[in-house]
Design a protein around this ligand. Structure first.
Ligand code: 2P0
Length: 326
C-alpha cells in the first residue's frame, strides 16, 4: 500500500476548549479560537499492510505498547470504518514539539495522524472532514488542520463540530513567548482536568457562556488586527478557566507561584509601560505571552529580572496541514 506523510503544527488556544458536551464524539461545550505555531510540529507516515496482525505505532523511534497506542488505534479504527479497509497500519511519527516547551503535542499529533492515515487508506477528505476526524483523536487537533488563526465551532453533532480557518496568512506582528516553568506538581491530564471542572466547579456554566460570547468579539479583533482586544480576551478567558480548577472536587491547579509571577509581570508591563503583552496558560504551569516581536527585548529583560535563569521559546504563526505521498 502507498505511504503518506503528513506534517501538522501545534496550536495554542486563545479562547479555550475545557469540557465536552459529548465525550465519545468529542463535541466541546465551547467554541474555541487558536493560533497555529510555525516552530512546533509532528510529522507522521502511515501505510496499511495486510500482513500485520495489529497496528504498529512507532513514536520517535520507539515501538509503543498496546496500552500506549490506544488513542492512535481508536483513530485508525475510525479510518477503517470510513474507508472500508480492514488491514492494520504502520504509523511512524516524529514530534518536533519539545516536551520542555510545555506545548501540547496531541493537537499536532492527531492532526498529522488523521491526515496521513486517511490518505493512506484511499480517502481524500475535505479539510472540514479532516478536522472532524482529527477531533475524534483529540479535540484541539481539529484546529491544527488550519494555519494561522482558526476557530473550532462547537456544533452539536459529529457533522457540525469542526474547525475552520479565520485568517491563515497572518501578516500582522504577533508572537508567543513561552516561559518554561518546570517545577511541575503532580500532573492532571487535560482530559481528566476538564472533566473535573465541568462536573464539579460551580462557575463552570458561566465560563461556558462567557467563552461562547467572547468568540465573536475575538473574531472581530483578529480581522481588525487588534492585539490589545484579542490579548485581553485571551488572558481573561485563560484566567477564568484556571480559576475553575481549584473549585472542582477534588480541587487542582496547574499554576505555580512562578506562573503567577509571570502573569503579574504581563499585567505590570501593560499597566506601567504600555507594552501590549498578555498571558495565556494551558494544562500545565508554563505561561505563554502573546506579544509583538518588536517588544521581545523589553519582555525578556523584565522576565530575567524576576526569574534570572528562566528559559523561553518564541513561536510565530504557522501553516496548516501538508500531506504528501511517500
Ligand atoms: C485548548 N486544551 O483549547 C485547551 C486549553 C488544554 C487547555 O485542548 O480530551 O488534549 O484529547 O480532547 O485536546 C487540551 O485538550 O483534550 C486542550 P482531548 P485535548 O487547547
Amino acid at each position: 500500500m502507498k505511504h503518506y506523510t503528513a506534517k501538522a503544527h501545534t496550536n495554542i488556544a486563545l479562547l479555550k476548549y475545557w469540557g465536552k458536551a459529548d465525550s465519545e464524539l468529542i463535541i466541546p461545550t465551547t467554541s474555541s479560537i487558536s493560533l497555529t505555531l510555525n516552530e512546533f510540529y509532528t510529522q507522521t507516515t502511515v501505510w496499511f499492510d495486510s500482513t500485520l496482525d495489529q497496528d504498529r505505532v512507532v513514536l520517535d523511534g520507539i515501538l509503543l505498547s498496546t496500552k500506549a497506542s490506544t488513542k492512535v488505534v481508536h483513530l485508525l479504527n475510525l479510518v477503517r470504518q470510513l474507508s472500508g479497509l480492514t488491514s492494520y497500519a504502520h504509523v511512524e511519527s516524529h514530534n518536533h514539539v519539545p516536551t520542555a516547551a510545555g506545548l501540547a503535542s496531541s493537537a499536532s499529533a492527531f492532526a498529522a495522524l488523521a491526515g496521513a492515515a486517511s490518505r493512506a487508506s484511499g480517502l481524500t477528505l475535505s479539510r472540514q472532514d479532516l478536522s472532524r476526524l482529527a477531533r475524534r483523536g483529540s479535540g484541539s487537533a481539529s484546529r491544527s488542520i488550519f494555519g494561522g488563526f482558526a476557530q473550532w465551532e462547537r456544533g452539536h453533532s459529529d457533522l457540525t463540530s469542526f474547525a475552520k480557518p479565520i485568517m491563515e496568512e497572518v501578516t500582522w506582528p504577533i508572537q508567543l513567548v513561552t516561559v518554561l516553568i518546570n517545577d511541575q506538581p503532580k500532573k492532571v491530564s487535560s482530559r481528566t482536568g476538564m472533566q473535573l471542572a465541568q462536573t464539579s466547579a460551580p462557575g463552570y456554566q458561566q465560563w461556558v457562556a462567557d467563552t461562547n460570547a467572547a468568540n465573536s468579539a475575538a473574531l472581530t479583533a483578529i480581522f481588525n488586527q487588534d492585539l490589545a482586544t484579542l490579548g485581553c480576551l485571551a488572558e481573561e478567558n485563560a484566567l477564568a478557566m484556571h480559576a475553575l480548577n481549584p473549585t472542582a472536587t477534588p480541587p487542582f491547579t496547574y499554576l505555580t507561584t512562578q506562573s503567577w509571577a509571570v502573569i503579574r509581570l504581563a499585567q505590570t508591563l501593560r499597566n506601567n509601560k504600555g507594552i501590549p503583552v498578555y498571558a495565556t496558560m494551558d494544562a500545565g504551569p508554563n505561561v505563554k505571552l502573546i506579544s509583538q516581536p518588536h517588544d521581545t527585548s523589553v519582555i525578556m529583560q523584565a522576565l530575567h529580572q524576576i526569574l534570572p535563569n528562566v528559559q523561553t521559546q518564541i513561536a510565530t504563526p504557522g501553516p496548516g496541514i501538508n500531506i504528501v505521498e511517500g
